[in-house]
Design a binder for this molecule. Structure first.
Ligand code: 6PG
Length: 252
């Protein structure tokens, strides 16, 4: 593992041998941040990412080896985005997280804040914002302790896809986003809501992401085309855990 990137706390890129090493490091970070947040504030708020990469992190967190390290009754789980499918659908981010983690740890069901994927996307987005405001209170932006993110081969993150309207959002915490190339609606946290977090952690693996990751980290700033570039915590840390294959084209 080697580390490159900006200032001490602001921006880190850590390169790991493989996806398993990334998953183990992400579990360490989760457990440490959960402990610190619960010590300081009594709760730990985390937004989970979907897709395939984080599943191993969730499985490890639920393992006999790791489960006891976290005070699950004091953890509040949110989601960075969701697909327009029911919670038991194979494409559901909630289902993936529930199977890999949430159904296997003692987290109260009322602490798991699922995004409704079925029905009117705009209504589901504003309903979810109300749920988040119920937890975070009367504040301009939600201050997550940790936000997990992934990056698609096209540079999207959460459901902030290239050239989509949700990228422009500067007022709402949660947006419905029409993704033309997929022909679907998605529900996603907006960039300002993610950028209010204490820590944002990207988990990125595989050679198919190498060129896009080079562009996102070393290329010209173009967040409309490379939405992962829009993630810059205003008062928090940004970390990238990437494997050697995904890091293969990074400069420096
Ligand atoms: C989703 C995710 C999305 C994901 C990337 C990477 O709902 O699909 O939230 O942003 O993180 O598409 O997905 P993989 O981890 O499967 O490469």
């Amino acid at each position: 593992m080697n580390t490159t990137g900006g200032t001490e706390e602001a921006h880190f890129v850590r390169v790991f041998d493989d996806a398993e090493a990334i998953a183990r490091a992400a579990v360490e970070t989760f457990a440490r941040l959960a402990h610190e947040a619960i010590e300081e504030r009594g709760t730990f708020s985390v937004a989970l990412s979907g897709g395939t990469t984080p599943r191993r992190v969730y499985e490890l967190l639920a393992s006999d080896e790791q489960r006891e390290r976290v005070q699950w009754p004091k953890v509040h789980v949110f989601f960075g985005d969701e697909r327009a499918v029911p919670p038991d659908h194979a494409e559901s981010n909630y289902r993936m997280a529930s199977e890999a983690l949430l159904s296997r740890v003692p987290i109260p069901s009322e602490n798991v804040h699922r995004i409704e994927g079925l029905g009117d996307a705009a209504a589901n987005a504003s309903d979810y914002e109300s749920v988040m405001r119920g937890f975070f209170g009367d504040t301009e932006w939600p201050r997550f302790d940790l936000v997990f993110l992934g990056m698609g081969d096209d540079g999207h993150t959460a459901s902030l896809f290239p050239e989509t309207t949700a990228l422009e959002e500067s007022r709402v915490w949660v947006a419905s986003n029409w993704v033309e190339k997929l022909g679907v609606w998605r529900i996603t946290l907006t960039a300002p809501a993610i950028n209010a977090a204490r820590r944002v952690l990207f988990l990125i693996t595989g050679a198919s992401k190498a060129e896009r990751l080079r562009e996102v980290l070393n290329g010209a700033r173009d967040p409309k085309r490379l939405p992962s570039q829009i993630i810059r915590p205003r008062d928090g840390a940004l970390e990238w855990y990437v494997d050697r294959a995904a890091a293969s084209k990074l400069e420096g």
